[in-house]
Design a protein around this ligand. Structure first.
Ligand SMILES: [Zn+2]
Length: 241
C-alpha cells in the first residue's frame, strides 16, 4: 500500500498540467474575493491601494484624454478555459494614450462588466490588453448592452463552438466605439496576481451585442466580475461632456 501511495504521489508531482491549474475563483462580484488567503503571491490583491475595478461614477475631475487605436481586420486564436474567454492577436495593432504607445496583445471578456458606473454594471465587457515595449500595461475596456448583434462578437461566438485553440478572423475595430471618450485612472489587473501600474481606460460609450451573443459569452464564462475596489486617493478622470 505504501509503495502504491508513493507512486501516486510521484505521478501527480510529475504531471505538468497541475502547474497550469489556476488556484483562484471569481466570487459573486459583491463580496471581497480575498485571493491573498488562497496564495500569498496574491497579497497585493487585498493589501494594494490601487486595485481595479472601481465605480467610475466617483470621478471628480473631467478631462480630455487623447486615445486612438489602429485596430482593424486581423487573425486571432481563441483561448478558453475555466472563467476565461480570450482572443490572442498577432503583433501589429496598438493603442496610443497620451504619449504612450501600447501594443495590443489580447482581448478577453467578463460577464457582467467589472467597472460600474454609479453602481450599474453592464452585462458584458471586453478588455483589450496592451503593453508598451517596456512592459507597462494599458487596458481599454468597452461595455456592451443588449441590442443589435455585433459582427466581431459573432466571429468569436462561432470560434467558441469550435473550441479552445481555434483560429478566427475578425475586425477588432467593430468592438470599440467610433468616439473613444474614456474614463482614465491607474489601477491593477482584476485577476491574480492583481499587479498594479495598469493604465486603465474605459470607453464612455456603451456598445451593443445581441441577447444571444451575451448569453453565449455568459454561458461560457459564468460570473466573472471582481468586486469593486476602493478608489482611495487616486485621480479618476471622466471624459469632458
Ligand atoms: Zn479583464
Amino acid at each position: 500500500m505504501k509503495y502504491l501511495a508513493i507512486l501516486a504521489t510521484a505521478s501527480l508531482a510529475a504531471a505538468p498540467a497541475l502547474a497550469a491549474d489556476k488556484d483562484w475563483k471569481f466570487g459573486d462580484g459583491q463580496m471581497p474575493e480575498r485571493w491573498s488567503t488562497v496564495n500569498s503571491d496574491y497579497a497585493i490583491c487585498d493589501a494594494g491601494l490601487m486595485q481595479s475595478p472601481v465605480d467610475l461614477g466617483q470621478a471628480k475631475a473631467r478631462g480630455e484624454i487623447t486615445v486612438s487605436t489602429n485596430y482593424g481586420e486581423t487573425g486571432g486564436t481563441l483561448a478558453v478555459s475555466d472563467q476565461k474567454l480570450q482572443v490572442d492577436f498577432p503583433a501589429g495593432m496598438h493603442m496610443h494614450s497620451g504619449d504612450k504607445h501600447f501594443n495590443l496583445i489580447q482581448v478577453h471578456f467578463h460577464t457582467p462588466s467589472e467597472h460600474a458606473i454609479n453602481g450599474k454594471r453592464y452585462p458584458l465587457v471586453a478588455h483589450f490588453v496592451h503593453a508598451t515595449d517596456k512592459g507597462e500595461l494599458g487596458v481599454l475596456g468597452v461595455m456592451f448592452e443588449e441590442g443589435d448583434a455585433n459582427p466581431a462578437l459573432g466571429a468569436i461566438g462561432n470560434a467558441l463552438s469550435s473550441g479552445n485553440g481555434s483560429a478566427l478572423n475578425l475586425d477588432a475595430s467593430e468592438m470599440i466605439p467610433d468616439d473613444l471618450s474614456v474614463y482614465r485612472y491607474m489601477g491593477s489587473l482584476t485577476t491574480p496576481p492583481c499587479s498594479e501600474g495598469v493604465n486603465w481606460h474605459v470607453a464612455e460609450e456603451v456598445m451593443e451585442a445581441s441577447a444571444e451573443q451575451i448569453a453565449a459569452m455568459a454561458g461560457s464564462l459564468g460570473p466573472t466580475a471582481r468586486s469593486l475596489q476602493p478608489l482611495g486617493n487616486r485621480l479618476l478622470v471622466a471624459p469632458v461632456e
